[in-house]
Ligand binder design. Sequence first.
Ligand code: ZN
Length: 455
Amino acid sequence: MQVIHAKQALTTNGWQSDLEVTIGADGRIEHVGPVSQQPTHRTALLLPAPLNLHSHAFQRAMAGLTEAKSPDPRDSFWSWRRLMYTFLNQLTPDDVEAIAGLVFMEMLEAGYGAVAEFHYLHHDVSGVPYASLAEMSERIVAASGQAGIGLTLLPVLYQFGGCDLRALNGGQRRFGNDPEQFLRLHAGAAAAIAGGPADNAIGMAPHSLRAVDPAGLSAILSQAPSGPIHMHLAEQVAEVDEVQAHLGARPTDWLLANHPVDARWCLIHCTQMTEAETIALAQTGAVAGLCPITESSLGDGIFNGTSYLGGGGMIGFGSDSNIHIALFDELKTLEYSQRLRDRSRAALAKSDRSTGRVLYDAATKGGAQAGGRDSGRIAAGALADLVGLDDDNEWLCNRKGDAMLDSLIFGGRGQGCIRDVWSAGRHVVAEGRHFRREAIIERYKKTMNRLETDF
Ligand code: ZN
């Protein structure tokens, strides 16, 4: 049994001092209460570690490769996407496993306790399935096992190159399945998950209303009676226009009119919603999956956080393209986007909770719901996804409670204060370093040295 003593901890009963948290052999929090026995670990600040609700692991290897001016005079999301297709066209299953291993390690070191991997790279470079249809899913599961991160695997259905149902071409062919083949792939992925740690889970991800047609969407949802459902929604203006032209409604309006969206759903981005769509989505109980650093990187636009949270909506955070894996910076970027748009301050704060507290509570609660993971809180019975931070530094000196969180998120030094991370009780980060750091980095570098990165 592990026994953690924390000077301060953020629990389901609010901030507590001199707290003891015990973790059982099943990876769950056994007991939360006053200090009563010798600790195995001590920490200044103990927080629930959020689930990172949206990741495409392989894109991490492209960070910094798409910042030059392209021949396209108007660099945009769509020119970035063409480069992404070129890059992924060279990746083998070994490469994907090596890159995902690094990404999952970095997530843990950034304070995430688990990840929902939105996994769409399924086939070989010519679009032909591997001997095992779920080969790439198996590699993601293997990488998560190496890193010790809790995984919610979201195999992605990707059928078409656009709403006009054009065939996939180029790099997109690696993503493609019809619903029937997808369901077989999904069964293979589910078997891989079942062979891993008990806290792992599986969901389903129709890619977007651009890449999946209404019949395909209905076909796979009818075979998924439980588990999380994730979909990209309303990220780009051109996407909204395309969906409007072909389906007769804006993406969020169309989805809400055609499917019973509820707490099983996580809609990624939602940066292009009208005020009415924002309030309507907020009322469904679904999570809006926000990726503010990637949305900034790709010029997606600004999520309407003030209206959505004001309407009672749930949000969570993901690192998406993984260009910069930094939990505290994701939260800060969302808040700053609201301030810049509205020329305001403390845009998402409530009368009883500071901005940082609102954001962190949302990240833990929304992340757990979106990942279908029984975590995100320091309370007996929950999975022990925890992060321990050091306050013995000039940035957190004499900070308490919400002000401590605000300093971590807005002071810019939060990530450097992370000392310990547990994922379902697995103590994977100690002294700020992942337990397999050297081996994972060495393998990743070997892969990167072989790949073409000049394009
Ligand atoms: Zn995405």
